[in-house]
Design a protein. Structure first.
Length: 253
């Protein structure tokens, strides 16, 4: 059984979305692990419990067994860097989940629904490159590579689908696709309901200076009779009311 094109696109984009969330969660966890290791290494170094021979001689650019650089306020900037990475991963995970949508639309539009996933991929690549730019253990190394790869995939998806990427992977998009399930033309004949045509006719009359007033709820419940309002109400529901043919011959009229 072959799936339609929009279904394949929906599945592919949601697989990328799931992998993106997993990669961000792994980087979030690995950043916490690296942060804890750095704090322990700095405490051990300050207390004199680590081997500081190479460090004191100026041959080491980092505090032993850590990613903290050997420079003024190095511990502060290393910890701040990890905190920023943790915060960014949280924001990107919420963006991928789509909650809160109003917050991203107003304060971070580039991560909102009106934009694609290209910007998200760029941010993921930046986070991965930031982690990979330091010497880290196997767990942070693998997760950073994974996140960088998913970021490249998101950039590619953003270039292909542009701003429609998030709409195509949204579950609500199936409701829009449901409108196209029934055929609209058979052998060149338009078989769509006449409601749209009648509505457009009434709107055209309004443009020509003949406004029409929609019936109220009370009038709907009470009935519209057989006059002009009743004819309009029936037409809006898809029923066409035509005048009966004359029964008398023309010479008698």
């Amino acid at each position: 059984m072959f799936l339609p094109g929009f279904a394949r696109t929906f599945i592919a984009l949601n697989i990328i979305r799931a992998l993106s969330i997993i990669a961000l969660l792994l980087v979030f966890a690995s950043s916490i692990v690296v942060l804890v290791d750095d704090v322990e290494a700095v405490n051990a170094f300050v207390n004199g419990n680590s081997n500081t021979t190479s460090f004191d001689s100026g041959n080491s650019d980092y505090i032993p067994a850590s990613t903290v650089p050997n420079q003024p306020a190095g511990a502060f900037w290393a910890v701040l860097n990890r905190v920023f990475i943790i915060f960014q991963t949280i924001v990107l995970i919420l963006s991928e989940i789509g909650w809160p949508a109003a917050f991203f639309t107003r304060f971070f539009p580039v991560l909102g629904r009106d934009f694609g996933v290209g910007a998200l991929g760029v941010m993921q690549c930046l986070i991965g490159a930031s982690v990979l730019s330091h010497y880290v253990n196997d767990f942070p190394l693998v997760t950073a590579f994974f996140l960088f790869s998913i970021g490249c995939v998101n950039i590619l998806a953003g270039l292909i689908f542009r701003e429609k990427a998030k709409d195509k992977r949204s579950i609500l998009s199936w409701r829009e696709r449901g409108k196209d399930v029934l055929p609209t033309h058979v052998r060149g004949v338009d078989i769509r309901p006449v409601t749209g045509a009648v509505s457009s006719m009434f709107s055209h009359d309004e443009k020509n200076g003949h406004p029409t007033r929609a019936p109220s709820n009370a009038s709907n419940r009470a009935g519209m009779g057989f006059g002009r309002q009743g004819e309009k109400g029936a037409a809006l529901k898809g029923f066409l009311i035509t005048k009966p043919l004359e029964s008398l011959p023309r010479h008698a009229a």
